[in-house]
Design a protein around this ligand. Structure first.
Ligand code: HEM
Ligand SMILES: *[C@@H]1O[C@H](CO)[C@@H](O)[C@H](O)[C@H]1NC(C)=O
Ligand SMILES: *[C@@H]1O[C@H](CO)[C@@H](O)[C@H](O)[C@H]1NC(C)=O
Length: 356
């Protein structure tokens, strides 16, 4: 008897462990159109559609880039010793404090456009949920981006984040890795998170050239960023000499000192190189690390999984290249154990990347 019971409970457990049990039936939402595994997620479809159409205007552009950076600057405002609420929306609600932090320069621009949407939907979502939701949705129109999970249920923020928790582009690699390490991110996860700079640029590092991208393809979530930053720097697009900026290889782009050093420091150089032309690695590791970031300072056990509200982002099938006129000889090889992949050089004259 006992033996038989043992077997049958084993038979019950095995399919669950292997993920063979069919998913729970999805609840049809009151709108009669959508369905969600958890009915509490139904109210998010209208917010999603509003943000995709009216905030991001179905583009991987300025607002999308701003919302992705905002997700990070809200979430990283947490430290197990110093305090802060992490991904709690404090950057919006306590903006009069947090926007004075130098590392949050330029965050006012995205808060100005995102703030009215946050208020419009405050009866549906808390500020912390809203900022993480907008950040994940910002990727939907960026070809090549992963579908990132989203969880809902963060309580309202209690206070502003303490200062000095957001990394600066002039911080050293040890400083950056220890800041991320204090909230549980490995060097591999830090580099994975910097995939975000594939769909990004700067307004305030060199204020004479606002909207200058970090790589040659700022509207595509591709590995070109990891190539472009590894090329020997030879020029400044703007004035040069700005804090946190070093020479880039491509006219029209701006290279952050922090990205440059993470690509060359022995703690991270081989990790950096491993992302070159590996789109699926970039998607998998960035997606997992971004979701982990969205839980900083939060009690994940009390959140509901609403990932089925997130659409699959546009796909990307291209591959990485050396920019026109540049070749393997222009790579500033850093990883000591394997050489940088050889890539085809794009045809044509030297690239001049337009502002975003
Ligand atoms: C070492 C860590 C990091 C540093 C030092 C850093 C620094 C910066 C700086 C200086 C800018 C330009 C701001 C401006 O002048 O407009 C920027 C832009 C951006 N960052 Fe980061 N960042 C880091 C990590 C991250 C992470 C982890 C994410 C997201 C997961 C992220 C997402 C973005 C995005 C999307 C932009 C573009 C914003 C826009 O174009 O409006 N960054 N970052
Ligand atoms: C800052 O927060 C206040 C409310 O605390 C709000 O009225 C204002 O619009 C916010 N500003 C931005 C830029 O979000
Ligand atoms: C891409 O990265 C994955 C995960 O690290 C690795 O297993 C795979 O071999 C890589 N693919 C290529 C073509 O380098």
């Amino acid at each position: 008897m006992g033996f038989k019971r043992g077997i049958s409970s084993l038979l019950f457990i095995v399919p669950v462990v292997l993920g063979l049990v069919p998913p729970q039936k999805r609840a049809t939402c009151p709108d009669g159109v959508h369905s969600a595994a958890n009915a509490q997620c139904c109210s998010l479809f209208q917010v999603r559609d509003d943000l995709l159409n009216n905030l991001f205007e179905n583009e991987c552009g300025d607002e999308a880039h701003g919302a992705l950076r905002l997700l990070f600057h809200d979430a990283i405002g947490f430290d197990p010793k110093i305090g802060g609420g992490g991904a709690d929306g404090s950057i919006a609600i306590f903006n009069s404090t947090e926007l004075t932090f130098p590392a949050n320069a330029g965050i006012d621009d995205i808060l100005d456009v995102l703030g009215p949407f946050l208020l419009k939907w405050e009866h549906v979502m808390s500020p912390g949920d809203f900022i993480q939701f907008a950040g994940v949705l910002s990727l939907v129109n960026c070809p090549g981006a992963p579908k990132v999970k989203f969880a809902m249920g963060r309580p309202p923020p209690k206070a502003a984040s303490p200062p000095n928790l957001v990394p600066n582009p002039f911080d050293s690699v040890p400083t950056i890795l220890s800041r991320f390490g204090s909230v549980g991110f490995s060097p591999e996860e830090v580099v994975a998170l910097l995939s975000s700079h594939s769909v990004a640029g700067a307004d305030d590092v060199d204020p004479s050239i606002p909207g200058t991208p970090f790589d040659s393809t700022p509207a595509v979530f591709d590995t070109q960023f990891f190539v472009d930053v590894q090329m020997r720097g030879t020029l400044f697009t703007g004035t040069g000499g700005n804090q946190g900026e070093v020479e880039s290889a491509i006219k029209g782009t701006l290279r952050l000192q922090s990205d440059h050093e993470l690509a060359r420091d022995s703690a991270t150089d081989c990790i950096w190189q491993s992302f070159v032309n590996n789109q699926s690695k970039m998607q998998t590791e960035f997606g997992a690390a971004l979701f982990k970031m969205s839980l900083l300072g939060q009690n994940s056990a009390s959140l509901i999984d609403c990932s089925d509200v997130i659409p699959q982002p546009l796909s990307f099938t291209g591959s990485a290249t050396f920019p026109p006129t540049l070749s393997h000889a222009d790579v500033e090889q850093a990883c000591a154990t394997s050489s940088f992949p050889n890539l085809p050089t794009q045809p044509g004259p030297p690239l001049v990347v337009p502002p975003m």
